[in-house]
Ligand binder design. Structure first.
Ligand code: ZN
Length: 66
């Protein structure tokens, strides 16, 4: 199944598994704002939108390690 990447102006990018025949998502399942579909050309950069939770989890791991 292809993975589609959508970009929400409110939530940033997210992935969605859809069949080819499925209609493209028009609004964000989280906040209902109109979303834009991005054709995913490969892996990576999907969760780098704002990086806030990535930074968060790294920070807590780092402080735990030291
Ligand atoms: Zn949203």
């Amino acid at each position: 199944m292809p993975t589609y990447v959508y970009k929400c102006p409110n939530c940033g990018k997210f992935e969605l598994f859809q069949e080819m025949k499925d209609k493209p998502l028009e609004s964000c399942p989280t906040c209902n704002k109109p979303v834009k579909r991005i054709i995913s050309g490969g892996v990576g950069v999907i969760y780098k939108t704002n990086g806030f939770y990535i930074t968060d989890s790294k920070a807590s791991k780092d402080s735990h390690a030291s």
